[in-house]
Design a binder for this molecule. Structure first.
Ligand SMILES: *[C@@H]1O[C@H](CO)[C@@H](O)[C@H](O)[C@H]1NC(C)=O
Ligand SMILES: *[C@@H]1O[C@H](CO)[C@@H](O)[C@H](O)[C@H]1NC(C)=O
Length: 357
C-alpha cells in the first residue's frame, strides 16, 4: 500500500519519535556507564612505602642538583601559602596530612586499544580508601563518558564530611575529530556531580591541610631536562634505590611550554611510541599555567608512571606538560609534599612501556 505523503504533523511525530528513541538510548547508555564504573572491591589495590627523607635535606639536595639544569635555583622549606588563592586555585588550602601517591590504571588501558570499561569514580575511591577530609590533585585522562570524547583531566577534587568539591578541568581537542595541525583545544570545568575519570591517573592524596612544603623556584633553563625530570633525576641520584615520591603544584610563571592534548580514541591500534606521537595533538601554551601531578624516583615493582603533570590556566591553555620551549625566559614556582607511600589501584595485568612520556 502506498499511503499519502507525510503531512507536516506526521513528520513532526516521526521526528519526535526519533528524538525520543535517541535520548532514551543516551540515558540508558549513561546509566550503563555509571553502573560499569570500576568496583574497587573487585580490583587490585596495593600499597608500598616510599622513603621520606627530612624536607630540609631534600631542599639542600635540590638546591645543589638543579643548578645543572637552571641558572637560578632557590629551594626552601616553607609553610604552604594558601593554595585556594590565585593562581593555584586548589580546592584545599594546603597539600599536607597523610600524603600518599595514587596511581590508577595505566597506559595499557589506552593503548594499543582503549578499555572503555576502565571508568573510575574518584569520590567512590576516596570512600573506599576511607579518606575524609581528602584532597586528590594531579594528572590523568578525563571522563570520556561525560564529554563523549577522550580528554585530558586536571584533577582537583576534595571531600569534607562527605561533601565533594569538584574543581577538575578537562581539555579536549576541538572540533572533535579535526585533523592534526587543524585542531585547537577547549578547556572546561566538570559539573559538581561528575566525579568520574577514566583509564589512568597519577594523583597526590592528602588531607589538604596547611603544612611545611618544599618551595622550588627556578629560572632560565640551561640543561636538557624538563622541570620535573630535573627534580626526579636529582633525587634519584641522591637516594638511589630508596624511592622518593612527591606531589603538588607548580606554576609556569613565565615562558611557553609544549603540551599535548589527546584526541578521541584511535580507530587503529597504537602499538609504539611513534604511533602515539602521530596520534597526539601538540600545542605551544603560554604562562601563567598551573600544573598538578606527581613524580616518583623508583618503580617499586608496581609498574608506575614515574612522572605526570597536567596544566590548567584561567586563559584556557592546558594539557599534558612535556617541556618549556623558551628556556631563557622560563620561570617555575612549585610547592610539593613528600608522600609516605604509593597506592596502586587496578594495575594492568598485561603491561608495556608505550605512551609514558
Ligand atoms: C629564596 O626563597 C626564599 C623563600 O621564598 C626567600 O625568602 C629568599 O629571598 C629567596 N632568595 C632569593 C635569592 O631569591
Ligand atoms: C580547583 O577547584 C576550585 C574549586 O572548585 C576552583 O575554583 C579552581 O579553579 C580549581 N583549580 C584548578 C587548578 O583546576
Amino acid at each position: 500500500m502506498t499511503g499519502p505523503p507525510l503531512t507536516w504533523r506526521g513528520r513532526w511525530v516521526v521526528a519526535s519519535a526519533i528524538f525520543l528513541v535517541n535520548h532514551i538510548n543516551a540515558a540508558a547508555l549513561s546509566d550503563e556507564i555509571n553502573m560499569a564504573s570500576v568496583d574497587y572491591s573487585k580490583v587490585s589495590i596495593e600499597e608500598k612505602p616510599l622513603y621520606t627523607p627530612p624536607l630540609e635535606e631534600v631542599a639542600e639536595v635540590l638546591s645543589e642538583g638543579l643548578r645543572k639544569t637552571f641558572e637560578f635555583v632557590n629551594v626552601t622549606v616553607e609553610d604552604c601559602p594558601d593554595l585556594t588563592r590565585e593562581p593555584f586555585d586548589l580546592t584545599t588550602p594546603g597539600l599536607s596530612g597523610d600524603s600518599k601517591l595514587v596511581e590508577l590504571g595505566g597506559p595499557p588501558y589506552l593503548t594499543p586499544q582503549v578499555r572503555r570499561d576502565k571508568v573510575y569514580d574518584l569520590a567512590a575511591l576516596l570512600r573506599h580508601l576511607g579518606r575524609d577530609p581528602a584532597l586528590l590533585a594531579g594528572a590523568g585522562a578525563g571522563p570520556w563518558p561525560h564529554l563523549g570524547v577522550n580528554c585530558e583531566g586536571i584533577i582537583n577534587l576534595s571531600v569534607r564530611e562527605g561533601a565533594v568539591t569538584q574543581g577538575t578541568r578537562v581539555v579536549s581537542v576541538t572540533p572533535p575529530g579535526a585533523a592534526k595541525g587543524q585542531a585547537s583545544y577547549l578547556q572546561r570545568r566538570l559539573p559538581p556531580g561528575e566525579t568520574r575519570t577514566a583509564l589512568l591517573g597519577n594523583y597526590l592524596l592528602s588531607e589538604g591541610r596547611p603544612g611545611r612544603v618544599l618551595k622550588v623556584v627556578v629560572e632560565k633553563r640551561i640543561g636538557p631536562s624538563n622541570f620535573i625530570t630535573a627534580i626526579r633525576e636529582t633525587l634519584k641520584e641522591r637516594y638511589g634505590d630508596r624511592a622518593v615520591g612527591l606531589g603538588g603544584a607548580f606554576l609556569l610563571a613565565a615562558g611557553k611550554v609544549k603540551h599535548h592534548v589527546m584526541p578521541d580514541f584511535s580507530a587503529s591500534p597504537l602499538c609504539s611510541d611513534e604511533d602515539v606521537d602521530r596520534w597526539l595533538h601538540y600545542f605551544e601554551m603560554t604562562a601563567p599555567i598551573v600544573h598538578l601531578g606527581t613524580l616518583v624516583t623508583g618503580d617499586l615493582g608496581l609498574d608506575l608512571r614515574v612522572q605526570h603533570f597536567h596544566g590548567y590556566s584561567a586563559h584556557g591553555d592546558g594539557g599534558h606538560y612535556h617541556y618549556d620551549t623558551t628556556p631563557l625566559e622560563v620561570r617555575y614556582e612549585g610547592y610539593f609534599t613528600l608522600a609516605s607511600s604509593v597506592i596502586r589501584v587496578d594495575r594492568p595485568l598485561e603491561t608495556h612501556g608505550v605512551g609514558r612520556d
